[in-house]
Design a protein around this ligand. Structure first.
Ligand code: C5P
Length: 235
């Protein structure tokens, strides 16, 4: 079986604060997106990486890829993305050549995912799971609330799911290609990850162990943490 990775990188990244789109921000001098591409291409299973660029930024992303060293044995495609993460992933899937029957979807915003995590996801799909998500237990207790109309106002707590049954899920999420395409054709509700679309089809989704270094760079403090991880790796 052949494995392709789709990397949605079309988000604005407003929660990081003002500046360039998140995927183009630098970590220790290299754009977040380049770190993410290298992390996926580091897996010997992955032979194609499809990067989904901001809708008006495909040319810029192409020249970014040309300007950085990437593995020779991996093919790269750049396609323009859409208004939502979901639409960006679908546009990436549309660009996949037929030979690829396993698809990884990986957030550009998770630049430091270790190659062992990527390989574990691929192996679980190859072992027959139609959808696989890397997951970690939670440190925080989670409350369900009635969201306030005005941010910062007190919010009524509706309940507390049992923490031991909850998992924080990461990417890459891995899929049987046909299953993921059917999910994107069928599910129209807004979702925050691809596996939840497969869940809505009634298909089996399983977790494998995630990794703390696969965290999503979302807020300004995450940039500090990511650079610290990179510096530690070089030691
Ligand atoms: O906003 P969030 O951090 O959940 O975004 C997750 C990933 O989805 C990011 O890599 C972001 O670039 C991508 N995205 C996208 N197209 C959008 C919105 C987000 O590719 N329209």
């Amino acid at each position: 079986s052949r494995v392709a990775a789709v990397i949605p990188a079309a988000g604005r990244g407003v929660r990081l604060g003002p500046g360039a789109p998140k995927a183009l921000r630098a970590l220790n001098g290299t754009p977040i997106l380049i770190h993410a591409i290298r992390a996926l291409a580091a897996s010997r299973h992955v032979s194609l990486v499809v990067v989904v660029a901001p809708p008006d930024g495909a040319a810029e992303v192409k020249s970014l890829l040309d300007a950085h060293a990437l593995p020779e044995r991996t093919d790269f495609l750049v396609v323009p993305g859409g208004a939502s993460r979901q639409e960006s992933v679908r546009l990436g899937l549309d660009a996949l050549p037929p030979a690829y029957d396993v698809v990884l979807v990986h957030d550009a915003a998770r630049p430091l995912v270790p190659v062992d995590t990527v390989d574990t996801v691929v192996e679980a799909v190859r072992d027959g799971a139609p959808a696989v998500v890397p997951a970690l237990p939670l440190a925080d207790t989670v409350k369900e609330v009635e969201p306030a109309a005005v941010p910062g106002e007190p919010e009524p707590v509706l309940g507390t799911p049992v923490r031991a049954r909850l998992r924080a899920v990461q990417t890459p999420q891995g899929f049987d290609r046909a299953t993921l395409i059917r999910a994107h054709e069928t599910v129209t509700e807004d979702v925050t990850d691809d596996a939840s679309m497969v869940e809505r089809l009634g298909e089996r989704v399983v977790t494998v162990p995630g990794h703390e270094e696969a965290f999503k760079v979302t807020r300004p403090l995450d940039l500090v943490l990511a650079e610290a991880v990179l510096t530690r790796r070089r030691l």
